[in-house]
Design a protein around this ligand. Structure first.
Ligand SMILES: *[C@@H]1O[C@H](CO)[C@@H](O)[C@H](O)[C@H]1NC(C)=O
Ligand SMILES: *[C@@H]1O[C@H](CO)[C@@H](O)[C@H](O)[C@H]1NC(C)=O
Ligand SMILES: *[C@@H]1O[C@H](CO)[C@@H](O)[C@H](O)[C@H]1NC(C)=O
Ligand SMILES: *[C@@H]1O[C@H](CO)[C@@H](O)[C@H](O)[C@H]1NC(C)=O
Ligand SMILES: *[C@@H]1O[C@H](CO)[C@@H](O)[C@H](O)[C@H]1NC(C)=O
Length: 543
């Protein structure tokens, strides 16, 4: 359905394309999907006390956990921080030798809300298959505190939190493999359950299971939003949080806005001060990941919303939400990272570690991020302190500048296309004191269950090089990350930062979904013989 405002917006887009002079008004009047071409799945979006929107996402085994984004206009988002400073649940997320591998564990489909009565933010999630943890903080930026573990096998699976007008807290979640949805009322401090009840059954709308649950109170009516994985978003309404609920599809197999991507289904319902409503969902778009997509919705006379589509599909563009100020963001999504002495020991939230970092093995000194080897291994997936950055856009590119003079024989440091199937270009220090560029393609993790390494990869290239006095080596990785593109990743290296040499082979990025997360740039340094070596990361640029 095309409302008149939407239609005017689309005319503005058309005019913007035809007349270059109108480009500026085009970007002011409309937005494009995906809202952010980066992997931020399982959004739970709500309004903060400062009038900004906050977006909680999943990042599984990456640390810190549970990313938080902020936006003033629902279109431009910035990375604020994480709800989980360090992954400290289950059997640990420290990687060998001191810890375990927990790929695909960690944080997924959680909820984040501000509670006015005590000024606290609550993050609740079933982590690590299958235990529910609650964290709280006075502000989204933190400090976040781990408050309570609700007990073994208490899993509020794919949950949503509602803080009712009378301050009562409820969570909604799926039980019995998705065949039932429960509501649980929490205690006054929000830290323990007091009453639980099954409230709706997917078979009511003719499907076997749902997930991605949210609970809202809108004009006195309780609404549950959830979805059948991969296809359909449902909205359910009732006059009581305990039901009975009546359900209807909100978006049923609506083709997504990214060519080759999936039908958006899971997400959040979002009001604006001008009385308009939006559905933020995501489209499955590997190799990149699950990309947030936004669309307006319209409430009908029967009390259910419908999605505003464009010719039966999720619009590539829509008019910008009305009445929301565009505020300048602190950082663009692509930028050059340097590691100035003044930034102390903390890294920007856009950089996340693969599992928890060994904090004794990295530091920011002399305007560099120093990565000391933390693991002796020949398996990239067991190496501690791999620092990652989500790939951005259809054609992501990253350039890494290292000082390799502190490496020890057998150490490997470089830049990876990092996921459950990975490849990299690296520099290796050899036993005769020289250096070699190494290309390693096709490491494979078991994407189902065990997370064991199935393939250590094959060496595709090895070139002896003479590194200059300053020990500088550059790596570059460029991808076509469009799901229907070539999906080729090109690896290059350089000894002067100007002339880059490509590896002879390119790598085809993997598009399977069971790992749940998309490709990241991975900056790594691991030992294959003995600890004691280090590299300095002088600069990391993402484009
Ligand atoms: C869900 O509700 C049922 C009652 O309908 C209850 O027996 C069950 O314990 C609840 N599940 C959880 C995880 O609270
Ligand atoms: C809520 O009620 C107000 C006032 O009656 C009305 O303008 C608004 O459209 C309603 N919103 C929804 C989502 O039904
Ligand atoms: C919708 O489809 C019609 C018929 O194919 C086409 O003429 C029109 O341009 C499309 N509109 C949009 C907004 O894509
Ligand atoms: C950074 O700190 C180191 C000591 O850790 C010091 O030697 C160096 O001069 C400092 N550099 C700058 C630019 O402040
Ligand atoms: C990807 O989709 C776009 C838009 O539909 C199309 O122009 C392009 O040809 C497609 N590419 C491939 C490789 O299918």
């Amino acid at each position: 359905m095309l409302t008149s405002t939407l239609f005017l917006g689309l005319l503005a887009v058309a005019a913007g394309r035809a007349l270059p002079g109108v480009q500026r008004s085009r970007s002011q009047d409309t937005f494009e999907n995906p809202i952010l071409y980066e992997d931020f799945p399982d959004n739970d979006i709500s309004l903060g006390p400062d009038g900004a929107y906050y977006f909680s996402a999943s990042n599984f085994h990456y640390s810190p956990g549970a990313p938080i984004l902020r936006s003033y206009d629902l279109v431009d988002w910035e990375f604020v921080g994480h709800s989980i400073p360090r992954l400290e649940f289950g059997d640990g997320y420290d990687l060998p030798p001191s810890g375990q591998r927990a790929y695909r564990g960690g944080t997924w489909a959680s909820t984040l809300r501000y509670r006015k009565s005590n000024g606290l933010w609550y993050w609740i999630g079933c982590t690590n298959f299958w235990n529910t943890w609650i964290y709280t903080a006075p502000a989204p930026e933190g400090p976040w505190t781990r408050r309570v573990w609700l007990g073994n096998e208490v899993c509020y699976y794919d949950l949503g939190l509602l803080i009712d007008d009378d301050d009562t807290m409820y969570v909604v979640y799926t039980v019995d493999g998705g065949r039932q949805v429960n509501v649980t009322q929490l205690s006054a401090d929000g830290l323990s359950p007091v009453r639980s009840q099954g409230v709706l059954w997917p078979e009511q709308v003719g499907v076997d299971s749902v997930e991605g649950n949210r609970l809202y109170k809108i004009n006195g009516t309780y609404y549950i939003l959830n979805d059948r994985p991969g296809s359909t978003a449902y909205v359910w309404k009732s006059s009581s949080p305990w039901g009975p609920y009546e359900g209807k599809p909100l978006a049923d197999n609506v083709p997504g806005p990214v060519p080759g991507g999936g039908a958006p289904h899971q997400g959040s319902l979002i009001p604006t001060p001008s009385g308009d409503w939006y559905f933020m969902s995501f489209t499955w778009a590997f190799p990149s990941g699950r990309l947030p997509v936004l669309a307006p919705i319209e409430w009908q006379a029967d009390g259910f919303p419908t999605l505003i589509t464009v010719n039966g599909t999720w619009g590539k563009t829509y008019p910008r939400p009305r009445g929301l100020p565009a505020k300048p963001l602190r950082f663009p999504w692509t930028r050059t990272y340097t590691f100035s002495n003044k930034t102390s020991t903390s890294l920007p939230p856009t950089l996340e570690w693969n599992h928890n970092p060994d904090i004794s093995s990295f530091s920011i000194t002399n305007n560099a991020l120093v990565l000391r080897t933390a693991t002796v291994t020949n398996d990239l997936y067991s190496a501690r302190n791999t620092l990652t950055h989500r790939v951005h856009g259809e054609y992501p590119k990253a350039t890494l500048k290292l000082d390799v003079r502190g490496m020890k024989a057998g150490d490997r440091a470089g830049l990876a296309a990092f996921r459950d199937q990975s490849s990299y270009v690296a520099v290796e220090k050899t036993s005769d004191g020289g250096y070699e560029i190494v290309g390693l393609f096709g490491t494979v993790l078991d994407e189902w269950g065990s997370g064991a390494t199935l393939d250590l990869g094959r060496e595709v290239e090895r070139v002896k090089v003479s590194v200059g006095k300053k020990g500088e080596v550059w790596f570059r990785l460029s991808m076509d990350a469009r799901p229907n593109g070539t999906r080729q990743a090109k690896f290059e290296w350089s000894l002067n930062g100007k002339k880059f040499t490509a590896l002879k082979e390119t790598y085809e990025l993997y598009t399977g979904w069971p790992f749940f997360l998309g490709y990241r740039f991975g900056i790594f340094n691991y030992a294959t013989k003995a600890l004691g070596g280090e590299v300095k990361v002088l600069e990391f640029k993402t484009e």
